[in-house]
Design a protein around this ligand. Sequence first.
Ligand SMILES: [Zn+2]
Length: 83
Amino acid sequence: MCKISCDSCGRSIRQDKFKDKATGMEYCKSCCTRSGQLKPYEEIKNELVKFYMEFYDYPKSAAEKFVISKLKSMPAWEKREYY
Ligand SMILES: [Zn+2]
């Protein structure tokens, strides 16, 4: 079984993954809009910060730092200059 992780947030994709035809990258449902487009960076960052605060009990500032550095290493964001 191959493990697939989201090219935007790095979380594993169990189902409802979306494949970008142009880049071949795969994203989880929470990184896409309903029409299957990758959400804007800010939106994904904010969602991930919330995710790490809720599930890992990170304080907000630590969660933000962590998410920003994590997104920098993700295929979907590493070439973008949003930081
Ligand atoms: Zn994702």
